[in-house]
Design a protein around this ligand. Structure first.
Ligand SMILES: Nc1ncnc2c1ncn2[C@@H]1O[C@H](COP(=O)(O)OP(=O)(O)OP(=O)(O)O)[C@@H](O)[C@H]1O
Length: 361
């Protein structure tokens, strides 16, 4: 049974539809990450699950029970916000104990719950400190601790790491992954702008775009088999290159003549009727390599960015304003202004028609 089930969930503000046709089954113990461009409705969807926002249409079930009209406190969920929302005048211990005191729990129960959460989060040495005497990462752990003591069925995280600096973000991200391992039965839903967080934490990622779900899958499914050009370009950085062309050979391997006149062979099956089909050939920057044989792309390098272990090559834009990007191993700064021939393995190529992957039609 799904721990959380959203059926045809919709949200409108006034007459303006923000989300529609949201169908999602989340199993117990999953860590689901919502990603998508700014304004696509990630926070709205999370807040509807929390009960902080009214659901305009469809149903939300948690543990098999209809939740649409159940108040937030009775949903068995706990939410962690990016702003921590700690009480500044209370110690770490009192911050974590507060919700349980309000709920009328006994002192013994509260002490046990707080000690357990502090142990999981390595906060035991800080229990008597005030929030102002903690680092940002420690404060966020206290905010998570306040959720853990309530032993919720579902944890909701709204960009919990976005107020932390880069190094602390990485450290806290790893802590959240470890926390999840310690609580394998807890179901978590996590909203983030950060691709690396999504890729490393999620059991499944939900990509939201254009008011609906664009694709749901494991991080590797989204990376290796994006259903559409949007997901292909949203997951992975720099974004997947798309080269327009037409199918000139079908079968187990598909031959494409690109608008540039060059050809490529993709390990994607097509049928006779696909001859002449207009497609976009997708190739990730990291799948491109230099060749002295038949290239699928040639161009002059406009700018290079050396990142140490890899170099990004940005080619001169074509007439349509498209810019090819390649990621080559090592330091290749010397390639600026030179002509480069690139190819990629047939298995690394993607094909899209009308924005949709040929693997999913
Ligand atoms: N109270 C509101 N009244 C009207 N429109 C709203 C309200 N809250 C959100 N919206 C609109 O709903 C859409 C989704 O907002 P939401 O905050 O959920 O997006 P998001 O994906 O979380 O964005 P971001 O990544 O920028 O945080 C936006 O277009 C926003 O302007």
């Amino acid at each position: 049974m799904a721990d959380l089930k959203l059926t045809d969930v919709a949200k409108a503000y006034g007459g303006v539809k923000v989300l529609s046709n949201i169908n999602l089954d989340i199993r117990k113990g999953e860590l689901i990450v919502f990603v998508g461009p700014s304004g696509c409705g990630k926070s709205t969807l999370l807040r509807m699950i929390a009960g902080l926002e009214k659901i305009s249409g469809g149903t939300l079930e948690i543990g098999g029970e209809l939740m649409n009209d159940v108040p937030p406190a009775q949903r068995g969920i706990a939410m962690v916000f990016q702003s921590y929302a700690l009480y500044p005048h209370m110690t770490v211990r009192d911050n974590m104990a507060f919700a349980l005191k309000i709920a009328g729990k006994s002192k013994a129960e509260i002490d046990t719950a707080v000690a357990r959460a502090a142990d999981i989060l390595q906060l035991t040495p800080y229990l008597d400190r005030l929030p102002k005497a903690l680092s940002g990462g420690q404060r966020q752990r206290v905010a998570i601790g306040r959720a853990i003591v309530r032993d919720p069925k579902v944890y909701l995280f709204d960009e919990p790491l976005s107020n932390l600096d880069a190094a602390l973000r990485v450290a806290t991200r790893i802590e959240i992954a470890q926390l999840k391992e310690q609580m394998p039965d807890s179901t978590m839903i996590y909203v983030t702008h950060d691709q690396v967080e999504a890729m490393t934490l999620a059991s499944r990622i939900v990509v939201l775009a254009g008011g609906g779900i664009s694709q749901v899958g494991t991080p590797m499914e989204l990376y290796q088999k994006p259903q559409n050009e949007f997901v292909a370009q949203f997951i992975g950085s720099p974004a997947m290159n798309l080269l327009p062309g037409e199918i000139i050979g079908t079968g187990g391997m598909t031959r494409v003549r690109l608008d540039s006149g060059l050809e490529a062979v993709a390990a994607i099956p097509t049928r006779d009727g696909d001859m002449g089909l207009k497609v976009n050939l997708g190739v990730r920057p990291e799948d491109l390599r230099e060749t002295e044989g038949d290239p699928l792309f040639t161009g002059t390098v406009d700018i290079t960015e050396a990142l140490g272990e890899v170099t990004l090559l940005y080619f001169e834009k074509d007439e349509a304003g498209r810019q090819m990007v390649a990621k080559l191993p090592g330091i290749r700064s010397g390639l600026r202004h030179s002509a480069v021939l690139l190819t990629a393995a047939p298995e690394a190529l993607h094909l899209f028609h009308d924005g949709v992957s040929l693997l999913y039609r």
